[in-house]
Design a protein around this ligand. Structure first.
Ligand SMILES: [Fe+2]
Length: 304
């Protein structure tokens, strides 16, 4: 028997009654999926789960698909993609500074991931939060004129190198901004000096993908805004000088600070989000505070 305690008014719930170190019973799996689609972001706290257990849990949500950049896969379990600011012998052990803008995962592909799971393996005391917005709620908050303007339109999604952007977190103060700029300059210089950098290699090799701006959820049927703030570069059939400001405004309305769920991680937390129902953004982690997250993504379908 699972219970769900809501984390905010419009999205997120902590699920209790699960122990990920052993397989989930079939009845619990059904209930878990129902709660997942209802709450869109679910959290299972304090799970001391090994990679095998994390993978087994992820399979409850569908078929695991590897991330397109393989450089940061966990050597023993290559399905797991490592996000980290930790360096060993000068080399990063995981990807650092990614996802620091509002987005849904892998929208620059034909079939973006349906769900993403993160396991907090090493969680810093400060920084490294994850921000979430309910995109159906964001759509409902639009005025009728804007809804009519975007109905049936497709946005152009283009993969671009967008690390260390930090456009998703609007609560940053001046001191933190200065620190962010310092770290960003350092990391970008390192990446520029490394032609073999996996993200540099991927840039601009992907064709543009067109996805509906108003996406119908494949399970619940609800309508939500489908945006990737830094990588939706235009709208099919609308001149860029109109389309780009419209996209920026949609994102601004969608991510109004009072509607954002800021998730502060604790050691061992497992968080799962529904990429068809939320957009999310990473926040800054101070480089001296180690952070290691394991990530798994679930194969999705063509958005409609
Ligand atoms: Fe992401």
């Amino acid at each position: 028997m699972l219970t769900a305690e809501p984390l905010s008014r419009v999205l997120g719930a902590e699920i209790k009654g699960l122990d990920l170190s052993s397989p989930i019973a079939d009845a619990d799996r059904e209930e878990l999926l129902t709660l997942f689609w209802q709450h869109k972001v679910i959290v299972i706290r304090g799970q001391d789960v090994a990679p095998d257990g994390f993978i087994r849990f992820a399979e409850a949500f569908g078929t695991i698909e590897p991330f397109f950049i393989s450089a940061y896969n966990l050597p023993t379990h290559p399905q797991i993609y490592v996000l980290s600011n930790v360096r060993q012998d000068g080399k990063p052990i995981g990807r650092d500074g990614a996802g620091t803008h509002w987005h849904s995962d892998s929208t620059f592909t034909e079939k973006p991931s349906s769900a993403t799971l993160l396991h907090g393996v090493t969680v810093p005391d400060r920084g490294g939060d994850t921000l979430f917005v309910n995109t159906a709620d964001a759509y409902d908050r639009l005025d009728d004129e804007t809804k009519a303007r975007i109905q049936g339109r497709r946005a152009i999604h283009r993969y671009q190198r967008k690390e260390f952007v930090y456009s998703g977190d609007r609560t940053i103060d001046d001191a933190e901004r200065t620190e962010i700029e310092r770290v960003k300059a350092l990391r970008m210089a390192e990446a520029a000096a490394d032609a073999a950098s996996p993200t540099a290699q991927r840039s601009n090799q992907e064709p543009d993908r067109l996805h509906p701006i108003v996406r119908t959820h494949p399970v619940t049927g609800s309508k939500g805004l489908y945006l990737n703030d830094e990588m939706t570069v235009g709208i099919e059939g609308i001149p860029d000088e109109e389309a780009v400001p419209l996209l920026r405004r949609l994102c601004e309305v969608a991510t109004a600070p009072d509607t954002v769920l800021r998730y502060k991680w604790r050691q061992g937390d497992v968080v799962v989000w529904d990429n068809a129902a939320v957009i999310h953004s990473a926040t800054f982690t101070p480089p001296d505070l180690p952070r290691v997250m394991h990530r798994l993504t679930i194969a999705g379908t063509v958005p409609f």
